[in-house]
Design a protein around this ligand. Sequence first.
Ligand code: ATP
Ligand code: MG
Length: 348
Amino acid sequence: MAASIVGLDIGHGVLRAAEVSQGGRSKPKLLRYHEVTFPADATREGEILEPDVLVRAIKQLWTAGKFKSKDVVLGVGNQRVLTRDLAVPKVPLARIKETLPFLVQDLLPIPVADAVLDFYPISEGVNDTGPVIHGLLVAAAKAAVLANVKVVQQAGLNPVDVDLVPFALTRALMKGRAGGGTVALVHIGAVTSCVVVATDGVPQFVRIIPSGGDEVSSALAALGLDVAKVESIKGTLGLLRDAYVSESVAAAETVIKITEELLTTVRNTLTFYTNTRPTDPIGRIILSGGGSRLRGFPAALEEFTRLQVELGDPTERFAVAKGFDELRLPTALPAMSVALGLTLRSAS
Ligand SMILES: Nc1ncnc2c1ncn2[C@@H]1O[C@H](COP(=O)(O)OP(=O)(O)OP(=O)(O)O)[C@@H](O)[C@H]1O
Ligand SMILES: [Mg+2]
């Protein structure tokens, strides 16, 4: 049997893992998927504060999910990961990567020595200085990436790769049939969201947004509602103002106001992209992330952006193994795309 790898997504108070075997020419096979929760304050904005809590949770995840492989691909995409559009003189990619530290110091909020840098070429052009390559600079705090790698090692596993979460999502949701033409992916998490615009599955533009579904939860909690009530309001009433009973008007208004702020950020991000590439309009939106399950969110996003919104299905690129508990998939779908996309790194 082909060797399998596990994509591990460190979410907000939840770890998700998907084990996949590479299928040679056929589709990779989804062998198992599992999630475990951990105290959310062990991370902050995606950064690990309490490594021991994470190590325990990872071990528990491997036991409960019966994962066979120890080879792990990790995602990074928290709020301290910076993505910037960057044009560099046209030279071979290896050379660009070597000279990145000298090119980008002024763009970074942290010293270059403390950052992991990467450059993804997107297109070629010419500016005042001559031929250039337009691409995406990705810069992450070294300490934060190493902390993620370390908890995986301490749990007895073997981190084989680290990938940017928006790229993992692009692979899971925008390649192949689902991703033809220029499409925007909108992923709404708990504390971090992102927007990717891709043409025929190749990312052109990436933005990480430091906000997500938990802003609604915090605002509802501030009205004195308990956690169970908050989650039930988000899932069943959400943005449907008329569904709320009269005494919870304040809750309805809170959910709508906070969500409209996030929708405005998403719309402005898309408008920014469209203004920079007026010849390449966005055809539609693919939506993912647990935060997108707020009742009424897809319709509100359509209304805000005037674009058609589809729910992403990260399992499309996979064959699902026999005996896999498929019934569990529908509820987990919006949240499992990162873990699944991480396994596609080598198959992209
Ligand atoms: N059925 C639902 N209805 C409404 N909101 C939901 C539902 N399920 C999950 N959410 C919300 O989705 C958010 C979690 O999304 P997700 O699981 O994608 O985030 P995460 O990966 O754990 O965190 P992050 O990526 O931000 O670090 C939370 O705000 C949660 O309340
Ligand atoms: Mg997430």
